[in-house]
Design a protein around this ligand. Structure first.
Ligand code: NOJ
Length: 783
């Protein structure tokens, strides 16, 4: 018997018309008749009926996910993956671009497999599909949750028009160590901000809470929260390294953003590569089941990160792949990405009683539920819409959104003498290896990028200055002096390699002729991201040497720092008058940069990671504990037998929350509606007047921090608890008000209970984590 799932779903007056499940062999005629008949059965009934028809191996097949490989549309059935799909050994495929190819695989699932169960089709749509947005770390610097939602919506719109129904995003791993390359993929160092931004992105992708039975719109896709959990805490920032962390720290600092995304209704979760309590995350029952499901109420399915089941053998906690599969399944892992372990071994494990058929049913049901909510049982081809494929990808509308969002992510670090914005006049020299590259602007994890369609910085500037000013251009340098080092960071996205002396002379020549020099320098796209750890975060050798020579010309220099992480800019801060951190701004970065450099828009991004003075300061983060022998940040004199270093003062070069504007903001005094409250009965507001004291209308990000002065465990020196992105016209001032809620004062204590302890707190509000206005609040025990 074969169940028919081929049908068309369509929205009629807001209600989804879907077919009833058919219990007869599929034929096109039959399916068409079924389509007219009305609604699909409720999810439980539908899946009960479907699972009743499935063999044990077919259920296990649903738990298998593989890379599709390079298939041709006509020959898909003859590939390994095509054959496995036909056998019912595959629940989904991923990272394949091209509607025809995806449709060819979906065809096999529908027409050649016994039960015709449609495939999940995943992709790392991390910060856009073809319309690329800035890398996630940059996006977080917008502190703009509406923008995050838009990013999710546009990404989903494009991906779903290209056959994709599942993205491996958001990534909310807290990363405190900038040496780790994947700091680029998350929202920085703060748990609250990361959770808020991850939740907004998830809402954008899905448009629905997947804890309900709601069927997603056809232009939305399922999100996948990753990497669960603690991946960002790898020792010394070295990729795939050991993680060892107390539960108190997990609960207070690392797990909150994952929880926030679960509460936003994310449909799936990806387990991480690392150890948690010395057990691989993929096999960690406490994390995957007790915390994720029992404590937080997660209802979707858990997929492994790549071959993390096979990697359990390298961790040394299982003797073979069969045992690793059993551990993973029993811990709460539902889907095996790329280890081919579940399909190979679980049937045998059931026979031996190592796992039960019920364990497999549970995992299988979770995956079928996701397919149901994606509307795939109503219409397996709802993501294979050829018309949308032509209209919805890299559209003018999507590109405009990406351009606007990108402009919000640049962080202006220094602007001596208001060098920026530049006037569109005279001669501008654009210099640097990142100025005229098409394939490096989108940044890391740009699986579906279409660089041939993108505009380089140079091209965008030429267009912006056309008829008004002269643009002179020279590449100026390689990325590194050492060709091999440069290749490590290129990964196929090459930067033209040239003769060092010749390139430098060309740059100095145009610098002499120019009125102002703009440098596009820093990291290549793949000097951050997966497996791109660095031990020295300074500007690479040849680039810094060139920058120094350019500075010596006496001409004003603007540095556009390309980076997938906080880099060390100590020398640059001393010698370069204007520095803007531009990260990797996505496909529209050229135009977005021109908008800001030439003053059509005002920069508003603020750092979501502390920028270090030296690499040796890492891991560096603002919400640290005080220590028993604290030394204030920037204490110029070394203090013996205190918590500081011989060679560099404490504190960052640029703090968390920092970023300049073309205008200035003045903060008035902070007022609390009450300085003393009772434990279970309060309503307090913190109010501050913020004034735009400059001459440009602009956005400001007002930040609320709290410090718990004395508690049963040591608490951080401050923690972000709220923020508001506001717009103020030049000269305008506004009262900004934050509710201080009991939730903001809670923390996990030594018993891992989420509590408020009475006592003294500092409430702080300001434009960055260092410059704040402070008031004291006392929470009294109820008499
Ligand atoms: C490995 C990466 O860690 C993860 O982020 C990604 O989603 C998967 N590979 C799939 O490509």
């Amino acid at each position: 018997m074969r169940t028919a799932f081929i049908s068309l779903s369509f929205l009629l007056a807001g209600s989804l018309m879907v077919p009833a499940i058919a219990h007869t062999p599929a034929s096109k005629k039959k399916v068409a008749t079924t389509t007219q008949k009305g609604k699909i059965l409720p999810m439980k009934e539908y899946i009960d009926q479907l699972m009743a028809k499935m063999t044990l191996q077919e259920k296990i097949g649903q738990l298998n996910l593989m890379v599709a490989g390079d298939i041709t549309t006509g020959g898909a059935l003859n590939t390994q993956v095509g054959g496995d799909i036909a056998k019912g050994n595959m629940g989904g495929v991923f990272n394949i671009k091209g509607l025809d190819k995806i449709k060819a695989l979906q065809d096999i699932a529908i027409k050649n497999s016994r039960l015709g169960i449609p495939l999940l089709v995943g992709m790392d749509v991390i910060h856009g599909y073809e319309t690329m947005f800035p890398i996630p770390l940059a996006l977080s610097c917008s502190w703009d949750t509406e923008a995050m939602k838009k990013v999710g919506e546009v990404s989903a719109k494009e991906a779903s028009a290209a056959g994709i129904n599942w993205t491996y995003s958001p990534m909310v791993d807290i990363a405190l160590d900038a040496r780790w390359g994947r700091i680029s993929e998350g929202n920085g160092e703060d748990p609250y901000l990361s959770g808020v931004m991850g939740a907004a992105l998830t809402q954008g992708y899905q448009g629905a809470d997947m804890r309900t039975e709601e069927i997603l719109r056809a232009d939305r896709i399922m999100a996948c929260l990753k990497h669960f959990a603690l991946y960002g805490a790898v020792e010394s920032g070295k990729e795939y390294n050991t993680v060892d962390m107390s539960r108190i720290r997990m609960m207070n600092q690392y797990l909150p953003p994952y929880e926030a995304v679960v509460k936003a209704g994310v449909g799936s979760v990806m387990s991480s590569f690392n150890l948690i309590d010395y057990t691989p995350a993929t096999a960690n029952h406490w994390m995957m089941t007790d915390v994720l499901r029992k404590q937080w109420g997660f209802k979707g399915f858990v997929v492994t990160d790549y071959a993390s089941i096979a990697e359990i053998l390298n961790h040394g906690t299982a003797k073979d792949l069969k045992e690793a599969s059993e551990q993973a399944l029993l811990a709460g892992t539902d889907m095996d990405m790329c280890s081919n372990a579940f399909v190979k071994h679980l049937e045998q494990s059931v026979a031996e009683g190592k796992v039960t058929e019920e364990d497999i049913n549970t995992a299988c049901r979770r995956i079928l539920e996701a397919k149901y909510k994606l509307g795939l049982f109503s219409n397996p081809y709802r993501y294979c819409n050829a018309k949308r494929n032509k209209t919805d990808i890299y559209s003018a509308e999507n590109r405009q959104i990406a351009r606007d969002v990108a402009a919000e992510t640049f962080v202006l670090l220094k602007n001596e003498g208001n060098l920026l914005p530049l006037k569109k006049q005279g001669k501008i020299a654009l210099i640097g290896p990142l100025a005229d590259t098409r394939n490096n602007i989108a940044g890391t994890w740009s699986v579906a990028q279409a660089p041939e369609k993108y505009t380089t910085i140079k091209e965008a500037m030429e267009k912006a200055l056309d008829g008004k000013a002269t643009l002179l251009y020279a590449q100026g340098s390689n990325i590194w002096r050492d060709r091999e080092l440069q290749k490590n960071g290129e990964q196929g996205k090459s930067i033209a390699w040239g003769d060092e002396v010749k390139m430098k002379n060309e740059a100095l020549q145009i610098a002499k002729e120019a009125d102002v020099i703009v440098c596009a320098m820093g990291e290549t796209a793949d000097m951050s991201g997966e497996c791109a750890s660095r031990t020295n975060l300074e500007m690479p050798d040849v680039q810094q040497e060139l920058l120094a020579e350019l500075a010596k010309t006496g001409k004003p220099v603007v540095l556009l720092n390309f980076a997938g992480r906080p880099t060390v800019l100590s020398w640059e801060k001393e010698h370069i008058p204007a520095i803007m951190n531009v990260w990797f701004g996505g496909s529209e970065v050229g135009d977005a940069l021109c908008d800001v450099i030439f003053g059509d828009k005002v920069p508003s991004g603020k750092l979501t990671t502390s920028m270090p003075k030296t690499t040796g300061q890492e891991p560096l983060y603002y919400n640290h504990q005080n220590t028993g022998r604290p030394v204030p940040d920037d204490n110029q004199k070394f203090a013996k037998f205190a918590s500081n270093c011989l060679d560099v003062s404490n504190g960052p070069l640029y703090p968390f929350g920092y970023g300049l504007s073309y205008t200035t903001f003045e903060y008035g005094d902070l007022k609390l509606s009450s300085h003393e409250v009772n434990m279970d009965d309060w309503k307090i507001t913190a109010t501050i007047n913020v004034k735009n004291t400059g001459s440009r209308d602009a956005d400001e990000i007002v930040q609320l921090y709290i410090r718990d002065m004395v508690a049963s465990i040591s608490r951080p020196v401050k923690e972000l608890k709220g923020f508001q992105r506001i717009h103020l016209a030049a000269g305008e001032s506004r009262e900004i008000c934050f509710d201080i809620t009991p939730e903001m004062l809670k923390f996990y204590n030594a018993e891992l209970k989420h509590v408020i302890e009475p006592g003294d707190f500092q409430i702080m509000v300001g434009g960055n984590s260092k410059e704040v206005k402070t008031q004291n609040l006392t929470v009294k025990k109820h008499p």
